[in-house]
Design a protein around this ligand. Structure first.
Ligand code: ARG
Length: 578
């Protein structure tokens, strides 16, 4: 698209252009102002609205005054048909045909690349996600981390960043002492071979039951872990086996989800770096031995407890390994950002971790982000491995797939590849359900909500995409190019809504990346699905005005393309039929 200055605009946005013309703001740059635009959710407030509160601070002028000044001095581009200042907002109305002319040819031309940019070129972002614990079931909290991480990875890559997906496996720690003791006491080779995680989990739970009557078990477990850390070959071999068997099971889940990693460097990977790290910390005078013999490091911030580095018996901790991992990542990847996609429960841990890195003199500590998310609840119980009240992930996905198969059998009994479609849709249902809630919020599992084909669900989006594909099949001819379609004919309210949503798409991707929030993509697709339904009900596409058909088909095909792109960003597959 040619901008007014004749330069090819890589990521043109309607809002950006409006703002550039308004030339406002002292310290805020036009691109920053462009990101402030919102879509009003009430009629009468335009197609988009610029809240003037930030500008008001910037200009030291009351918001309504700012809005009026923008409206008065606004040099409207052709796409804008009306502007108005309403109580501190600058509101804009667009002409559908003009929007169509700027947006549809661009989508048709860029296809899968629509919304991409080069802002991240040359920058690497480390992403720590999924990170389940060896010998424990892959829980729903890990699933939430996995799907958020996987989606963010795709969103960031869309903006040109290079990403390093790291599965920081919980493969080290005192729980391996527990497992070694538990397996020697109650382990079964047969069960370990047939159902490794279930079996390891059962003996782990049993250990914690028996520990109440036999407190000496705990001491034994601690000693076995110490032996493991010191390289005892028998313990080492057992640990390796537990790890291999667990990973094989996790990989099954990853395959179903289509998730992969660039690195499986887990906690154990940093083992050799721990002693030298602790040494350095002591030499720097940052780490000190307390009365109880444990080595701690003062975080340097008032209300924060010190970080425990090494227990009195010499065993290292989760936090010690995270310190080593941060240094390693910095040296290996020279990251622009390092993201930790981990539940809110660990907020204190990451605050401490980042503060200690800062105290160590690392300015790159500023580039680390705890991308936190809320709890996952099943029928009002929080998930906790220790007590054994956990739902196995494979079962959840399996159940979703089975229910989907039933729904397909009812609605579309002749469907080809019904099994493959059921797998895509069942998995998509669970993944989308997790992504459709803002990440800081808790999610409550409810089958009806997860699987409904017409609620705000993954199946609904996949179904909308499949309907768009079948519309194209019905059309049966090549998709009209912008030159063959009279885009000025797109003028109904329904068409306008769709066009505006399509125009917004690149900005949505940027927002999702800035806020580390895939929910923005999910919400945008839901809005498009809803707008498409209204369009489909009220506007005759194939058998209406023949002169308007090509432009409507082009619009629908662009929408199909954006659905395909968006489902990909969320990590869902997009079956053509269902
Ligand atoms: N395995 C840990 C858990 O399940 C999460 C690890 C998060 N990543 C990290 N670098 N600490 O709680």
């Amino acid at each position: 698209m040619q901008g007014s200055n004749g330069v090819r605009d890589e990521n043109p946005s309607l809002f950006q252009r409006s703002v550039r013309l308004a030339r406002l703001g002292k310290s805020l740059r036009p691109e920053q102002v462009a990101e402030l635009y919102e879509t009003p959710n009430r009629k009468g407030f335009g197609d988009s609205a610029l809240p003037c509160f930030l500008l008001s601070k910037d200009l030291k002028m009351p918001p309504p005054k700012v809005a009026e000044q923008i409206a008065d001095s606004f040099d409207a581009p052709a796409s804008v048909i009306r502007v108005q200042a309403i109580s501190g907002y600058f509101n804009v109305w667009y002409d559908a045909g003009t929007v169509a002319q700027s947006v549809l040819p661009m989508i048709a031309e860029s296809g899968a690349k629509y919304g991409s940019s080069a802002e991240g070129a040359g920058k690497t972002i480390c992403m720590d996600y999924s990170h389940p614990n060896i010998a424990k079931p892959f829980g729903v909290g890990h699933l939430r981390s996995t799907v958020i991480g996987h989606s963010l990875k795709r969103i960031l890559e869309k903006l040109g960043y290079k990403t390093a997906g790291i599965n920081h496996l919980g493969d080290w720690g005192t729980q391996f002492g527990t497992l070694i003791v538990a397996f020697r006491e109650w382990g079964s080779e047969e069960l370990l071979a047939s159902k490794p995680i279930q079996h390891l989990f059962d003996i782990y739970v049993r250990f914690h039951d028996e520990e109440k009557q036999h407190p000496e078990l705990k001491e034994r477990a601690r000693a076995e872990f110490k032996k493991l850390e010191d390289g005892d070959p028998a313990n080492r071999a057992m640990w390796q086996r537990f790890r291999d068997l667990s990973l094989a099971e996790f990989d099954r889940v990853y395959k179903r989800l289509g998730v992969s990693f660039d690195s499986y460097a887990g906690e154990a990977f940093y083992e050799e770096r721990l002693a030298p790290l602790i040494d350095r910390l002591q030499k720097l005078g940052l780490a000190t031995v307390g009365e109880d013999g444990a080595l701690v490091i003062d975080v340097g911030e008032k209300d924060q407890p010190p970080l425990l580095l090494r227990k009195a018996d010499g065993a290292t901790l989760y936090a010690t390994r995270d310190l080593a991992a941060a240094e390693y990542r910095h040296d290996t990847y020279d990251f622009a950002q390092c993201l930790y996609i981990v539940g809110t429960a660990q907020a204190l841990h990451f605050r401490q971790l980042f503060a200690v890195l800062k105290r160590m003199g690392y300015d790159w500590a500023e580039r680390m982000v705890h991308v936190e998310f809320g709890w996952v609840k099943f029928a009002d119980t929080m998930m906790s491995t220790r007590k054994g009240n956990i739902i196995f992930l494979d079962d959840v996905i399996g159940e979703a797939v089975q229910l989907t198969r039933k729904i397909i059998a009812e609605h579309n009994p002749g469907l080809e590849d019904a099994d493959a479609v059921a797998e895509s849709v069942g998995v998509g249902a669970v993944v989308f359900w997790m992504l459709s809630v803002k990440r800081q919020k808790d999610v409550n599992f409810n089958w009806d909500e997860v699987l409904s084909f017409d609620g705000r669900t993954g199946p609904y989006l996949q179904y909308t995409h499949a309907r768009l594909c079948s519309l194209m099949a019905k059309w049966g001819r090549p998709i009209p190019g912008a030159a063959d379609a009279d885009l000025g004919r797109l003028h109904t309210d329904e068409e306008r809504q769709l066009l505006l949503l399509l125009a917004e798409w690149p900005r949505r991707i940027r927002q999702a990346a800035r806020q580390y929030e895939p929910q923005i993509i999910a919400a945008s697709l839901l809005d498009m699905a809803q707008a498409y339904n209204t369009f489909y009900q009220n506007v005759r596409i194939l058998d209406g005005d023949p002169a308007a058909a090509p432009s409507r088909i082009l619009l629908a095909d662009c929408l199909r393309q954006v659905f395909e792109n968006g489902l990909y960003l969320l990590g869902l597959s997009a079956p053509k039929r269902m």
